[in-house]
Design a protein around this ligand. Structure first.
Ligand SMILES: [Zn+2]
Length: 65
């Protein structure tokens, strides 16, 4: 399990990956109902919701220990 760095909830990476694809251009496709993820500064971060991902993207440093 991964921990959502924004709200602290556990996120199952396998579920998020299973519903995530990539377009030919390399952009991520996600099913927000199953959680989402974001590649940042060399590693993947997992989120339980798009809302948490938006908060993370707005200020990643605030959520990375
Ligand atoms: Zn969250």
């Amino acid at each position: 399990m991964a921990i959502d760095p924004v709200c602290g909830k556990e996120v199952d990476e396998a579920v998020v990956r299973a519903t995530t694809g990539q377009t030919e251009g390399g952009a991520n496709e996600v099913d927000p109902a199953q959680g989402t993820r974001r590649f940042h500064d060399g590693k993947w971060y997992y989120f339980d919701s798009v809302d948490c991902r938006f908060r993370f993207m707005a200020n990643p440093a605030a959520f990375i220990k």
